[in-house]
Write a protein that binds this ligand. Structure first.
Ligand code: NAD
Length: 353
């Protein structure tokens, strides 16, 4: 199979491979679409088993960013970069400078930022060789940690889902949260303040203790989170939480959380729908983080400061969009993930003209 026939290619505008002999940089930058504006999406550093695996990841992530940015109503297209290498042992400032040169060679078609394996310190090196980088610290446009904004978007999304599925507010609603890291912990605090009862699981005992102390949450073993008698399951850990193995165990009416790629495969959304569970598509409900990053790019381009009011307006709009997705799903009796994909594709096509 060639690149162009691969199911992951899906109309990418550009797929760029970079190699720098001096630093050993091997990077792929995939630009899915610039129809709505420059492609924006983070850079992941990962010890991929092969260049093919890196390419597949870049293509999937890049298309995902197109959809996420469109659903967050941002004037950005979708792109993603991957650097092939071990983030624990193979990072150097020179490597990230070489990566910056690669980004710069695309002339502003792609803006990079943090993702797994890449830190603000790495991006500081990247910034020396390109201006198309967001997620830096210590300047007026800086957007800082996106997690509180992501969590606020997810909180509103949970509330919307509960209204739609159960016709009630969050008081007394039981939410099972998988993963109480950055997003999960902020989400837990917001849900607790709204009167929800919490059950939490994490592999990190200290994170669990901190959240439980603040919110009175009940702690359960990592694998038991799928069996909790709750109203809402909120995946906030890694991808793939909803699979053919875990779905039959869930007793909830709503799945709504911050994690990326919650559905283990393309068919599980249909199964979620058939079980009568209302699902908030992950890349819609967790769009707060990219809204935060977009505010930084906007400020950098204008030579201005980060504008929290702009972020707040976009978050309101995000909740509206999620509401539209849920309504279409319920009225047309179709899985919410497919409804969201359709709306995202229509928004991108409309911008293409
Ligand atoms: P994080 O690393 O701070 O938190 C993840 C938590 O999940 C950690 O506490 C970890 O110990 C826990 N965990 C790992 N494996 C687990 C398991 N098997 N069971 C239960 N807990 C487990 O990451 P984060 O920034 O909070 O992001 C969480 C998810 O949200 C990720 O999927 C991320 O891609 C997604 N996301 C985050 C943001 C953001 O703004 N941070 C934005 C959009 C999407």
């Amino acid at each position: 199979m060639t690149l162009f026939d691969s199911p992951d290619f899906e109309g990418h505008e550009g797929v760029h491979a970079f190699y720098d002999e001096k630093t050993g940089l091997k990077s792929i930058i995939a630009v899915h679409s610039t129809a709505r504006g420059p492609a924006a999406g983070g850079c992941r550093m990962w010890d991929y088993a092969s260049a093919d695996a890196a390419l597949t990841d870049a293509l999937r992530l890049s298309r995902g960013m197109s959809y996420k940015n469109a659903m967050a109503d941002l004037d950005f297209g979708g792109g993603k970069a991957v650097i092939i290498g071990d983030a624990r042992s193979q990072k150097t400032p020179e490597l990230f400078e070489a990566f910056g040169r690669a980004v710069d060679s695309l002339g502003g078609k792609y803006w990079t930022a943090e993702d797994v394996g890449v830190s603000p310190a790495d991006l500081t090196a990247t910034r020396r060789t390109t201006r198309y980088v967001a997620g830096l610290e210590g300047h007026a446009a800086a957007s800082g940690d996106p997690s509180p904004v992501t969590a606020e978007g997810v909180f509103r999304g949970v509330r919307l889902c509960v209204q739609r599925a159960m016709n009630r507010d969050l008081q007394g609603v039981k939410v099972a949260i998988q993963g109480v890291g950055h997003v999960g912990a902020y989400l837990a605090e917001k849900l607790h303040a709204a009167g929800a009862k919490l059950v939490i699981a994490d592999v990190n005992q200290q994170a669990l203790n901190e959240v439980a102390a603040k919110t009175g949450a009940e702690i359960v073993p990592v694998d038991a989170i799928f069996d909790v008698e709750a109203d809402v399951f909120a995946p906030c850990a890694l991808g793939g939480a909803i699979s053919t193995a875990t779905l039959p165990r869930l007793k909830v009416k709503v799945i709504a959380g911050g994690a990326n790629n919650q559905l283990a495969d393309g068919t599980i959304g249909q199964a979620v729908f058939e079980r009568g569970i209302l699902y908030a598509p992950d890349y819609v409900i967790n769009g707060g983080g990219i809204i935060n990053v977009a505010a930084e790019i906007r400020a950098l381009e204008a030579g201005g400061s980060f504008d929290p009011a702009w972020v707040a307006t976009k978050l309101d709009r995000l909740a509206q969009t999620l509401g539209e997705v849920l309504d279409h799903s319920l009225t047309d009796k179709r899985p919410a993930n497919l409804v969201a994909d359709e709306i995202a594709r229509a928004r991108i096509a409309a911008a293409r003209g």
